[in-house]
Ligand binder design. Structure first.
Ligand code: PEP
Ligand code: MN
Length: 264
């Protein structure tokens, strides 16, 4: 298999804009769950960049559990992401939900995110793959590591080797957290694949208080990066407020992560 470490010993480095993911340095992706306005995005981007983040995240197309919840600003949101990229100087990663939007999202984004709910949308994997853009592939809510790696295989098989895996928590019987963050998956992926792997402690816990400890643990486990939700006013966020860090908390977390990254 193309994802397998037996086939390729050396770790794959995936470049998002100018930022290498999978090398020695820890890469931090941060930003709001959803793009809500240009002001909200710009404020967040400036704050996370000042704190040391490398890549800006933000959804313009949102996969919401309820059809009545905010679904994202769509192309308007993509345009805001592109403008803020220029203004702040950070590459952007944003989710694509549907094959019909792949070309449009790829025009704006530096990296395409395939969400947990679409991990086995094989047409979408192939279509996103053929853009040649880096792909951030989130683990499905109920996907085994093997199924996740096979989903990545679809993208590699489409001729696109630029895949970053993202552990974001899985469904278990536990209800104290929104999902169960599977940090062993980081070590398992490292053993079996050459692809970089990042961890999303925001979706992985569903609670902002749990994000700092799980972020530190993910780095200690050997993750190549983190993707963290940050919002200037989490209480008023249109999406995932309870798990979003206030910029000040994010800044503090960045300071806590540094010594852990140096130790691994
Ligand atoms: C997100 O990153 O905001 C998101 C919807 O992630 P996931 O697909 O992991 O739920
Ligand atoms: Mn979210």
């Amino acid at each position: 298999k193309l994802v397998s470490r037996e086939l390729k010993e050396t770790p794959t480095i995936v470049r998002i804009g100018g930022v290498p993911v999978g090398g020695r340095a820890l890469v931090i992706m941060a930003g709001p769950c959803a793009v809500e306005s240009e002001e909200q995005l710009l404020t967040t981007a400036m704050a996370v960049k000042a704190a040391g983040a490398h890549i800006l995240r933000g959804g313009a197309y949102k996969p919401r559990t309820s059809p009545y919840a905010f679904q994202g600003l769509e192309e308007e949101g993509l345009k805001m992401l592109a403008r803020v990229r220029e203004e702040v100087g950070m590459p952007i990663v944003t989710e694509v939900l549907d094959t019909r939007d792949v070309a449009l999202v790829a025009e704006y984004a530096d990296a395409l995110q395939i969400g947990a709910r679409n991990m086995q949308n094989f047409r979408l994997l192939k279509e996103a793959g053929t853009t040649g853009k880096p792909i951030l592939l989130k683990r499905g809510l109920a996907a085994s590591i093997e199924e996740w790696l096979m989903a990545a295989e679809y993208i590699l098989d489409s001729g696109n080797p630029h895949v970053i895996l993202c552990e974001r928590g899985i469904r278990t019987f536990e209800t104290a957290t929104r999902f169960t963050l599977d940090l062993a998956a980081v070590a398992v992926v490292k053993e079996n694949s050459h692809l970089p792997v990042v961890v999303d402690p925001s979706h992985g816990t569903g609670s902002w208080r749990l994000v700092p400890p799980m972020a530190r643990a993910a780095v200690a486990a050997g993750a190549d990066g983190l993707i963290i939700e940050v919002h200037p006013d989490p209480a008023r966020a249109l999406c995932d407020g309870p798990q979003s860090l206030h910029p000040e908390t994010f800044d503090r977390l960045m300071g806590e992560i540094e010594p852990v990254a140096l130790a691994v």
